[in-house]
Ligand binder design. Structure first.
Ligand code: NAP
Length: 246
């Protein structure tokens, strides 16, 4: 059974991805930062359907915690075959509200955390380290294309960095049997909007989406699980928009 680590899988897109991946036969690591109750509920749902999952707490914006997370995974369910860099945060407010504290939080998780996890994943997967190859999927955002004026240009810029990292890392590790791709979700019904300061955001902006609706987490999860699969075996450095046409 292949092992998939999904960062930030206690809720939202990460939780939906954990469930979709388990349904496809992956053994899943449900990473979370604080919400152990929600993480346990995801694990229980997977186990009740006959799947295998563990919940492991780690703040992936901290390099030492990421290294510890990967060693705990190897000790409990085996080496990581697929990494989904999903954990992310945003704060709402225009340029005048952005200070160093906000910038640090957004970039430390959305960018630094993705790099720390990718580095550990490459060590698990690379033929150079005796690995059998693997796949990394970064969860970006259409904000990277749109810029998110008046809302969160810092968050949009962090996702732009993730798009560039996807292309660069894909090229760097292609010969080592590792594929690196990204999914760019549009507006999706999850807690991230309330956590960032605007609970009703999806319903406010959904009229600007060509399909006139917000997305569901499972619609992103399905694209992630496809990119991880052999059906996407010739895709690397690819960025898939799942955004209702936005
Ligand atoms: P969410 O519902 O707010 O869930 C965030 C998840 O990340 C939770 O599981 C949370 O864990 C975890 N997390 C937060 N900080 C963490 C840290 N330092 N270390 C480890 N885990 C951490 O978010 P979401 O909307 O599903 O977003 C998932 C990804 O999709 C993010 O990268 C986001 O930028 C991207 N995205 C979302 C949308 C959207 O409209 N929802 C659109 C485009 C892109 P706890 O439960 O323990 O707090």
């Amino acid at each position: 059974m292949k092992v998939m680590l999904i960062t930030g899988a206690s809720r939202g897109i990460g939780a939906a991805t954990a469930i979709a991946a388990a349904n496809k036969g992956y053994t899943v690591c449900v990473n979370y930062r604080t919400d152990s109750t929600s993480a346990s509920m995801v694990v229980e749902q997977i186990q009740q359907s006959g799947g295998k999952a563990v919940a492991i707490k780690a703040d992936v914006s901290i390099e030492a915690e990421v290294a510890h997370l990967f060693s705990q995974i190897q000790a409990t369910i085996g080496k990581v075959d697929v990494l989904v860099n999903n954990a992310g945060i945003l704060q709402t407010g225009n340029i005048e509200t952005i200070d160093s504290d906000r910038l640090r939080k957004v970039f430390e998780l959305n960018v630094f955390g993705a790099f720390y996890c990718a580095k550990e994943a490459v060590k698990c997967m690379s033929a150079r380290y005796g690995g059998a190859g693997g796949s990394i999927i970064n969860v970006s955002s259409v904000a990277a294309k749109l810029g998110s004026a008046g809302e969160y240009i810092d968050y949009a810029a962090s996702k732009g960095a993730i798009d560039t990292m996807t292309i660069g890392l894909a090229t760097e590790v292609a010969e080592q049997g590792i594929r690196v791709n990204a999914v760019r979700p549009g507006v999706i019904y999850t807690d991230i909007h309330a956590s960032g300061g605007e609970p009703g955001r999806v319903d406010r902006v959904r009229h600007s989406v060509p399909m006139k609706r917000g997305g569901e987490p499972v619609e992103i999860a399905n694209a992630i699980v496809w990119l991880a699969s052999d059906e996407a075996s010739y895709c690397t450095g690819t960025i898939v928009d799942v955004s209702g046409g936005r």
